[in-house]
Write a protein that binds this ligand. Structure first.
Ligand SMILES: Nc1ncnc2c1ncn2[C@@H]1O[C@H](COP(=O)(O)OP(=O)(O)OP(=O)(O)O)[C@@H](O)[C@H]1O
Length: 244
């Protein structure tokens, strides 16, 4: 493993919220997509997962979320976990509040309204999903995850399909929700600035393993033009194979 800084690990005495040990995943006879991968995420820690296309980020998330059964290795994750994908995956024949209720068995309409208000969608609770903008649909998807009160939130490129301005608003929203709820978060992203804006630590996946880790100990709110931010961007880009 390539530790980028002497402060490379986000030290914590707490039991990690998420622990992955020796996780491997093969498809067909080729080289493994995940190769004895190890990763810990501390309680309340925000980790960004980066890596070139096809490096196995979504495969790791699918294993963590239980969508893909673990065949080799071990995963320990809180029961209260939730995932938000690049597409909102709302059921078009159910209203927004009904979609949100689907996030948790036994949730009530008032629970749904509460989380919809929290994500700034209180005025659209009765809307049909197909009438929502892309950003609103992702807010609804976020509300459907939050209704579970997750101790671990997985975000698989949730802003990738949004326009630049909506994306910035969503990043702000996720940052403030995380600071309020302090759940462990794993964000898959291709966007280095997004990782540096939001995360406590960036990890780079390559050839099925975590090849680099970068602690991001900048205060919030973070600014792109802050010299420390610029320095971290350059370091992270290098580890993604981009020399500025
Ligand atoms: N169900 C599957 N069957 C066969 N191959 C698969 C399957 N799922 C993923 N793969 C392969 O595993 C590799 C990793 O895919 P994965 O979607 O995890 O990458 P990724 O890092 O999320 O990529 P991207 O950044 O482009 O979304 C790819 O080569 C992909 O083709």
């Amino acid at each position: 493993m390539n530790y980028i800084s002497p402060l490379a690990t986000v030290a914590t005495d707490l039991q990690p919220a998420v622990s992955v040990r020796g996780l491997s995943r093969h498809f067909g006879n080729g080289s493994p997509v995940l190769d004895k991968l190890n990763l810990d995420i501390a309680q309340g820690e925000f980790v960004a997962l980066l890596g070139r296309s096809g490096s196995g980020k979504s495969t790791l998330l699918r294993a963590l979320s239980g969508l893909d059964p673990v065949r080799e290795g071990q995963i320990s994750c809180p029961q209260e976990s939730a995932v938000v994908f690049q597409e909102s995956r709302l059921l078009p024949w159910k209203k927004v509040w009904q979609n949100v209720m689907l996030g948790k068995t036994g949730a009530t309409r008032s629970d749904a309204r509460k989380v919809l208000e929290e994500v700034g969608l209180g005025h659209r609770t009765d809307a049909w999903p197909l009438t929502l903008s892309g950003g609103e649909a992702q807010r609804a998807a976020l509300a459907r995850a939050l209704i579970r009160e997750p101790k671990f939130l997985m975000l698989d490129e949730p802003f990738a399909a949004l326009d630049a301005l909506t994306r910035l608003n969503m990043q702000d929203l996720v940052s403030s929700l995380w600071q309020r709820h302090k759940s462990a978060v794993l964000l898959v992203t291709h966007d280095v600035d997004e990782a540096l804006l939001l995360a406590d630590r960036a990890v780079v996946l390559e050839e099925g393993r975590i090849r680099a880790e970068l602690p991001i100990s900048l205060p919030h709110p973070r600014r792109h033009y802050d010299p420390a931010f610029v320095q971290l961007r350059s370091t992270l880009l290098k580890h993604l194979g981009v020399d500025e």
